[in-house]
Design a binder for this molecule. Structure first.
Ligand code: COI
Length: 374
């Protein structure tokens, strides 16, 4: 796979990173000569469809990661035999960068995304990515494109690191070449309207011993067909249940899922089928520290239906980097639609405010989750 050759090459000595102790000797940076920034309508962004001026690229060949570079965002050219197109060896991450009122840029628990992309890579037989490349790349890219990050709650830069097999070869075996890229897009809310979910009774997202816990591209692509069927019935997302019995509630589309019965918050434990969401674990911690009782245990659909019928089911919400926390209005199961009540001061709003206050540097961060990019 070839990238367009740069016209102008700049070699910089990277400063010591804020994130990690090791640092790169040098990283080639090629700045764009035609920024797109002035043409973007930041008030009307469709999630994930507008990209910043630059991207980070690093290739793996001859059994090692080569020198990374930051270059203008641009199309890639590749051979039709490129391995990922045939066997789907591809994983990604979702992170966000935030700007505070003093124009300082922050990331939220980036160490968790770094660890998780390598956990995903290992499962897909993709070589793990070096920590210093990841953090230096991130820092260099975010500094170059920092004008794309708008201050104000709700504005952020969605950061998408991903890695895929890029060898031109259709042998059904792990590729010998990979490409690691980070691209960024300015975003607002993920969902434009309300979210209603359908409980999965037939299709499955993940199986025991499978790749459900990874952010493998195919985990998401495989949801599109059942989700399209659910959308025809008026639901925006599916709540995935365990593949064996379809009784235990696991994940909702791109989100982890929480239920509130009475004043207790419930969520499923992570395992090899469920994504270890960064927002999910932050919600659990913040909820517990604010005095909310949280039970992390298998949750049966029967229990949720019963709670809805006796009015003790107060809330359902999804959590994830893209959505942060998204309340769920109703759920469908066995042809019945169960509505969630409208509450004055739901846990979802309180927890979202707490988490966003940390992310946007509006409050103390007792956990050390907020990381400055400078
Ligand atoms: C996330 O929220 O972290 C995601 O990965 C969402 C993405 C699939 C759009």
């Amino acid at each position: 796979m070839e990238f367009k050759k740069p016209n102008h090459i700049e070699i910089i000595k990277s400063k010591k990173s804020n994130f990690v102790n090791t640092f790169l000797e040098k990283m080639r940076i090629e700045r764009t000569s035609a920024s797109n920034l002035a043409h973007v309508d930041f008030e009307n962004l469709t999630f994930g469809s507008v990209f910043t001026d630059h991207m980070f690229v690093c290739k793996y060949k001859n059994e090692k990661w080569q020198e990374p570079e930051v270059i203008p965002y641009q199309p890639l050219s590749f051979e039709p035999s490129m391995s990922v197109l045939h066997y789907g060896q591809s994983v990604f991450e979702g992170m966000k960068a935030y700007k505070d009122d003093e124009d300082k840029v922050w990331l939220f628990r980036p160490d968790q995304n770094f660890k998780r992309i390598n956990r995903s890579s290992e499962r897909l037989q993709i070589p793990v990515f070096p920590e210093n490349y990841f953090f230096e790349g991130l820092k260099t890219l975010l500094n170059l494109d920092k004008d794309w990050i708008k201050p104000g709650i709700g504005n952020s830069l969605y950061v998408r690191p991903f890695v895929f097999s890029s060898q031109a070869c259709v042998q059904a075996s792990p590729s010998k070449e990979y490409t690691f890229i980070i691209i960024c897009c300015p975003v607002k809310a993920y969902y434009g309207g309300e979210v209603n979910v359908l409980i999965a009774e037939e299709f499955s997202r993940a199986a025991d011993g499978g790749i459900g816990y990874t952010k493998a591209a195919g985990n998401y692509g495989a949801q599109f067909y059942p989700t399209a069927l659910a959308q025809k019935q008026g639901y925006q997302q599916i709540v995935w249940t365990d593949a064996k019995s379809h009784e235990f509630l696991e994940e909702a589309g791109t989100m982890n899922i929480f239920f509130r019965i009475g004043d207790i918050l419930l969520t499923a434990p992570t395992n090899d089928r469920i994504l270890d969401g960064v927002t999910r674990k932050s919600v659990i911690q913040i909820a517990r520290d604010s005095g909310i009782e949280v039970e992390v245990r298998p949750i049966k659909i029967g229990e949720i239906v019963k709670a809805s019928e006796n009015n003790s089911l107060k809330e359902m919400f999804g959590s994830g980097t893209a959505v942060v926390i998204n309340p769920i209005k109703s759920f469908g199961y066995k042809g019945v639609n169960y509505k969630l009540p409208e509450l004055e001061n739901p846990f979802a709003t309180q927890l979202k405010d707490n988490i966003m206050s940390i992310q946007y540097n509006l409050t103390e961060d007792p956990y050390g989750w907020r990381v400055a990019v400078d």
